[in-house]
Structure formats: structure tokens, C-alpha cells
Design a protein around this ligand. Structure first.
Ligand code: BES
Ligand code: MN
Ligand code: ZN
Length: 500
């Protein structure tokens, strides 16, 4: 898709046309360059603020048409609230909020990266620009008709005015790479399942090769040879074959073991023979959000040339009801050798993850592993859409993830694991069963299941992203359904881990 957003940096100067966006604090104060540029228009702002009861609260906005004294045809003032405590993620959100205040049809805008104290630091201005890039994303490739007032211009030019253009540009380069990773993940999640089935998903990961990522696709004969029968059992009811993709970015020291990220990639989850009810089932095209995040993360790490060794492994299947589909009561032997009694074919994600996590651990002996999966409705009951559920066998890794979450705004909340929960998945006929039976502690018993495929010596965290991977409730930096959740979180985790 052509990049309709042309995002760049320039010096503080009054724009000759388009929209001018400036920031103020909760005292309606502006920075020096903004004050200079506004000139007489500053009085207009004061009067309009009074009339509109605009007080500069964080995220609020005031818009003026054809402001006297300015060549810009629209002036937008964005409130930054209390400026003193603003964190990185606040700048990202401010950028998103600023872009959101541009009229859909505006082809050109200038955004002054300045607060009352002066020009934003180059890294903060770059955070702001990242927020603009994230907010500007739309998944509209299947829209062939548009009402006149919904038509965006063919391209939109946004200039972020900064104190030091060169410094802002170099600070933005890695952030643009990370944002691209988020957008790749969103595209994958938003894509419908008739287009994005396992083989097609695997094909799309091939684009990472251009950035220097090694991409390996394991096909069905290979998966059979490896003994990934738990994953293959889920895939067997579909006309589309399953795949596993291994992506490797080696930007660190040669001899160093990698860190590993594992993603659930159920391209569509009907529930299988234990079929889901019809209402909302279309959302299950997003049941590959974990795999999408891992793919986007690999892009982000490669694009910013992270000094890290990272491997991403994703299990891609489609869960369908069929004459050949797996049944409740079936027993499969996983790659680990452990046997699993299938109680409910809708608890398919853990079957996929069990094999893929085992494979990743055996092959790569990673320093730590993080898996991401839209695994249970139960985690949405517990945490809603604000936090992902985190389960971990290692306190240090859990703490690192918690911190990275607070820094990026992609927050995680730790949930318990324990012997008593583990007992709930013991089976009468096999080593374990794939559901805990009953609805109690559903997210925890799912995590316990995955834990049985992890050796206790490898630090491991499982993120249940059923509530955060996709969501129709929009926010400042995302107007699309797929969120790309986790890319910024894990990019930060990797950065902190290698630069500690
Ligand atoms: N993909 C679903 C979980 C899900 C639900 C993700 C809603 C996102 C939004 C998963 O495969 C599933 O069906 N889980 C079952 C497990 C149950 C059968 C033990 C669930 O949560 O109901
Ligand atoms: Mn399911
Ligand atoms: Zn699922």
C-alpha cells in the first residue's frame, strides 16, 4: 500500500498554508517559538479558549478557522496538561491526539513540537512523530466506496517543527522502524481469514528477509517429522495446511544465545467440533494476534538494527469443524512426548503453543522466552482490554515486562500459577487434558498447560492478549481494530535487556 503519510521535520517557522498545530499547558501558556509565530492570533486563542471553556487539559483541543494574522487556514491548540511529569508514552499519545485533530481532508499540516518550557528534546519530538505515524494508520484496502466528506487526500504532508532538525531525524529513525512493526502487526490482524490463512501468513513473513532476518518456513511433512502432533491435530480439520515460521535476527554477539518470542497464530478459530456460537465469531480472524506481534517485533528489531539476538517462532493453523477434524476425546502425542486428551477443540491455542514453545526451547536454548496468545475469554473477564495477563516462572523477567509495560503504555498484570491449578488439567486417560473443566480460573489453567512445555530453568513469561490484541474501542494512537499490541512492549524489553 502506498504510504499516504509524508512525515518529516523542519525548523520552527510559520507555515504558509494548511493546519498549524501548537501545544499549550494547563495555564494556556505557549513556548517562545509558538508565541512568536502566533503573534496577534494569540489574543484570538485567549478569547476562543474562554468562549469554549478550553483550559489546556491533557488531550483537549481548541480549533480556530482562518485565524487572523496567520497564513495557515486553521489553527489547532492541543492541551498538554501538566507538562512537568510527561513521560515518553505521553508524547506518543500527544502526537496521536494532534494528528486526530486534523480535518480528514487536510492535505498539509505543521505541528510545533514545543511546550511552554521551550522546544521538546529531539527524542521527545521523535516520540511525538511516532504517535502521529501510529494514529495515521487506517485499514481501508477493502473500501471501494466513500462519502465525499470521508475522502482523505491522496497524500498528507505533516511537518513536525523542532529545535534541532538533524537530531530529531536521527532519533525518529528507530522509532519509525518500531512503528512500522506495529503497523505490520495491525495489517496482519485486520486481514480477513479468507485472505490470510497459514500459508499466506508464512509467505508475508518473507518480507523480513530484506531487512536481514533469516526466515524459515516449516511445512507439514517437516512438522510431522518433528512430531508436532498437537499443532497438527488442530490444523487437520482445515483445507489450509498448518505452518511454523522461524524468524531470526542476529544483531548481537555471535556466540550469544538468543531471546525467544513465540506467537499463537490461529488464522481463524471457529472452535472446531466444539464450535463457537455465531455472535461475534468474525473476531476470530484476529486469533493470530500473538503471531502478528512476533512478526512485527522482528521487523522492529531488524529495522532499528537492534544489538540483540532474537528469534521469533509462530505456529500458524486454522481451527475448523470438518469430517477430518479432531474430536473431543481424541488423544495426541505432542513433540515433547507428553500426551494430551482433547476435551474441547476450542481450547486449540495451547495445543499449538505447547509444540511451538517446546521446539523453540530445544532448538535455540534461549536466554528467556515470552509467548503471546489470544488464549482465553477468561482473561478478558478478569482484566478487560487495559492490561494483558502475564504468567511467569521467573520474577526478574516478570519485573522487566512490567516496567517495559509502564514505559510504553502496553501494560501487563501478573497472574498466579500454582500446583493446585496445575492439578486441574490432569487427565484420566493421558498426561493432561486441554481444559481445566468448568469455567473457573480459565486463563490460569491455560497458562498451566503451556507451563508443562517449559523447563523450569528457562525464564518464561506467557502473555494472554485476548483482551488487548484487537479491540473496537479506539484510542489516541489507534483507530483501527487490530492493535499491534506488544510490539512496542517487547521491543522495549529487548532494548532494556541488552543495554542493562
Ligand atoms: N481464541 C479463543 C480465545 C479468545 C476469545 C480470544 C475471545 C479473543 C477473544 C480461544 O481459542 C478459546 O476459544 N478459548 C476458550 C477456551 C475454553 C474452551 C477452555 C475460551 O476462552 O472460551
Ligand atoms: Mn478457541
Ligand atoms: Zn483461539
Amino acid at each position: 500500500m502506498p504510504d499516504v503519510l509524508k512525515l518529516g521535520f523542519g525548523p520552527f517557522a510559520a507555515p504558509a498554508r494548511g493546519v498549524l498545530v501548537v501545544f499549550c499547558d494547563e495555564g494556556l501558556k505557549f513556548g517562545p517559538a509558538t508565541t512568536r509565530t502566533l503573534g496577534r492570533a494569540a489574543d484570538l486563542v485567549t478569547r476562543a479558549a474562554k468562549a469554549e471553556r478550553f483550559t489546556g487539559k491533557n488531550g483537549s483541543a481548541l480549533a480556530l478557522s482562518v485565524p487572523e494574522g496567520l497564513k495557515a487556514d486553521r489553527l489547532v491548540v492541543i492541551g498538554a496538561g501538566k507538562v512537568a511529569g510527561l513521560q515518553q508514552q505521553d508524547y506518543v499519545k500527544l502526537g496521536g491526539a494532534a494528528f486526530g485533530k486534523l480535518p480528514v481532508s487536510a492535505p498539509e499540516a505543521t505541528i510545533f513540537a514545543e511546550l511552554p518550557g521551550g522546544a521538546m528534546r529531539a527524542d521527545r519530538a521523535a516520540d511525538l512523530a511516532q504517535g502521529i505515524k501510529l494514529r495515521a494508520y487506517a485499514f481501508d484496502r477493502y473500501k471501494t466506496k466513500r462519502k465525499d466528506d470521508e475522502k482523505p487526500p491522496a497524500s498528507r504532508k505533516v511537518t513536525v517543527a523542532v529545535g534541532d532538525v538533524a537530531a530529531a531525524r536521527s532519533a525518529f529513525a528507530p522509532r519509525a522502524g518500531i512503528a512500522d512493526g506495529v503497523l505490520i502487526a495491525r495489517d496482519l490482524v485486520n486481514e480477513p481469514a479468507n485472505v490470510l490463512y497459514p500459508e499466506e501468513f508464512a509467505r508475508r513473513t518473507g518480507a523480513l528477509k530484506k531487512l536481514g532476518v533469516a526466515v524459515e518456513v516449516l511445512d507439514v511433512p517437516r512438522l510431522k517429522k518433528l512430531g508436532m502432533n498437537a499443532l497438527l491435530g488442530v490444523a487437520q480439520g482445515s483445507a489450509h495446511e498448518g505452518r511454523v515460521v522461524v524468524m531470526r535476527w542476529n544483531g548481537g554477539r555471535k556466540a550469544d544465545a538468543p531471546v525467544a518470542f513465540i506467537g499463537k497464530g490461529v488464522c481463524f478459530d471457529t472452535g472446531g467440533i466444539s464450535i463457537k456460537p455465531a455472535g461475534g465469531m468474525e473476531d476470530m480472524k484476529g486469533d493470530m494476534a500473538g503471531a502478528a506481534c512476533v512478526t512485527g517485533l522482528m521487523h522492529a528489531l531488524a529495522a532499528r538494527k537492534a544489538k540483540a539476538n532474537a528469534v521469533g517462532v509462530i505456529g500458524l493453523v486454522e481451527n475448523m469443524p470438518d469430517g477430518k477434524a479432531q474430536r473431543p476425546g481424541d488423544i495426541v502425542k505432542s513433540m515433547s512426548g507428553q500426551t494430551i486428551e482433547i476435551i474441547n477443540t476450542d481450547a486449540e491455542g495451547r495445543l499449538v503453543l505447547g509444540d511451538v514453545i517446546w521446539y523453540a526451547a530445544q532448538r535455540f536454548k534461549p536466554k528467556f522466552m515470552v509467548d503471546l496468545a489470544t488464549l482465553t475469554g477468561a482473561i478478558i473477564v478478569a482484566l478487560g482490554h487495559e492490561y494483558a495477563g502475564m504468567f511467569a516462572n521467573n520474577d526478574q523477567l516478570a519485573e522487566r515486562l512490567t516496567k517495559a509495560g509502564q514505559a510504553t503504555g502496553e501494560t501487563v498484570w501478573r497472574m498466579p500459577l500454582g500446583k493446585e491449578y496445575d492439578k486441574m488439567i490432569d487427565s484420566k486417560f493421558a498426561d493432561m487434558k486441554n481444559t481445566g473443566g468448568g469455567r473457573h480460573a480459565g486463563a490460569i489453567t491455560a497458562a498451566q498447560f503451556i507451563k508443562r512445555f517449559v523447563d523450569d530453568k528457562t525464564p518464561w513469561a506467557h502473555l494472554d492478549i485476548a483482551g488487548t490484541g484487537f479491540d473496537s474501542r479506539h484510542n489516541d494512537i489507534n483507530k483501527s481494530w487490530g492493535s499491534g499490541w506488544g510490539v512496542r512492549l517487547l521491543d522495549r524489553l529487548v532494548a532494556d535487556y541488552y543495554e542493562r
